[in-house]
Ligand binder design. Structure first.
Ligand SMILES: Cc1cc2nc3c(=O)[nH]c(=O)nc-3n(C[C@H](O)[C@H](O)[C@H](O)COP(=O)(O)O)c2cc1C
Length: 358
């Protein structure tokens, strides 16, 4: 018998179920997936990264402008299918045009900004004109959370509306550590971080700020474990990436469905941090040192080892190739539990499996 569910309240938003579908770029979680999750009673998240390239608005020269146009359009589209549910935008601090993504998300009508891949230290300033938009940093430690809190309190008199704690041990995509050897550091497990962060928020900050766990969560048993640590919600990515409603090409979804545990590798991304992905032919060549990158087209990252010294590869091109289902040339991000995907589920099936009739 499953335990009773915690109530998740983030700013003025309270989803029916304490579940966020994590933002997955490039366009793995677009308006179709986010709208379906919101409609099912979770928080649906659009990943803002690289939307221009995966659209017909981009003409080869207007990358930054096109990103904003497409993001606003995507939020509106997700809203239409959300049944009045909650739509978030995931914006990565590491992006050159981060400020513009945040602004476009707010103008497009997002309810919430979820922000990681760096510390979102200026987020309250960027959203000042949109006080109803809830702000949720993604962190991997209490130290990072306390840095954000001190800065936000001092400069903006505002606190985060929630924290997502994402563990590098199991999560998909970029991982919140700088060194490869820290990816499997038990000190960064949800079991180690969540109780300490909950205590810190409760006892030292003295505020009711919910903590949401992410990384390696698949079924109700996993969720209940994370709730027992003091989390009031979970964020899940990989299981939603290959759903019927997922925005990626069917071949992206099939690659995840076909993946076995031994196909998952950790690579050093051009962003300068490790990432978890499938060992596609592209990744294989990168690991062997023989990869040939497509050109950098937009300086999309504030730090990129490919742009500055031609190390690694253009990650935007590789992620868009994955979104298009190009197995040979794509970078297919995934979490460590990708082998548990055995078929294409619908969002509703996942919610029924997780929550039954609750
Ligand atoms: C394909 C893929 C792309 C991702 N892209 C992003 C992203 O753009 N921004 C971000 O903050 N997290 C990203 N993530 C992380 C997810 O939002 C989520 O936190 C993570 O996948 C949770 O772990 P799980 O996959 O084990 O459920 C990505 C994950 C995957 C699988």
């Amino acid at each position: 018998m499953a335990n009773s569910l915690p109530v998740l309240r983030i700013g003025k938003y309270s989803p029916r179920y304490p579940l966020i579908q994590g933002g997955m770029g490039v366009r793995i979680s677009g308006p179709s997936l986010a709208g379906a999750v919101a409609s099912a009673g979770g928080i649906g998240t659009i990943a803002s990264v690289g939307l221009a390239v995966a659209s017909d608005v981009y003409d080869g020269r207007n990358y930054f402008e096109a990103n904003q146009i497409v993001l606003k359009k995507d939020v509106e589209e997700a809203r239409k299918s959300s049944g009045g549910g909650i739509i978030a935008v995931n914006a990565m601090v590491a992006l050159t045009d981060y400020d513009l993504h945040v602004r476009a998300a707010c103008e497009g009508g997002a309810d919430m900004i979820i922000s990681g891949a760096g510390l979102p230290l200026r987020l309250p300033e960027l959203t000042r004109e949109f006080p109803h938009v809830a702000l949720v940093p993604i962190v991997s430690s209490t130290k990072a959370a306390s840095l954000i809190i001190r800065r936000w309190e001092k400069l903006y008199g505002r606190l985060p509306d929630a924290f997502v704690v994402e563990t590098p041990l199991y999560a998909g995509g970029h991982l919140g550590v700088t060194k490869m050897e820290h990816v499997m550091d038990e000190a960064l497990s949800l079991e180690s971080v969540i109780p300490g962060l909950v205590r810190y928020l409760d006892e030292e900050v003295g505020e009711d700020i919910p903590v949401i766990g992410a990384g390696g969560i698949w079924d109700r048993g996993d969720m209940d474990k994370v709730f027992s640590l003091g989390a009031r919600g979970v964020q899940m990515g990989t299981r939603f990436a290959s759903t019927l409603e997922g925005d990626a090409d069917i071949r992206f979804k099939q690659a995840l469905i076909d993946a076995r545990e031994e196909d998952v590798v950790i690579i050093k991304s051009p962003v300068g941090i490790p990432g978890r992905a499938l060992r596609s032919p592209f990744v294989e060549k990168y690991l062997e040192g023989t990869v040939e990158s497509k050109p950098c087209f937009a300086n999309c990252l504030s730090h990129c080892s490919y742009r500055t010294d031609r190390q690694a590869f253009c990650i935007a091109q590789a992620l868009v190739d994955a979104f298009r289902g190009n197995w040979e040339e794509g970078l297919f991000f995934c979490g460590s539990n990708v082998a548990r995907i055995t078929r294409m589920e619908t969002v509703e099936e996942i919610f029924r499996d997780l929550f039954g009739q609750e």
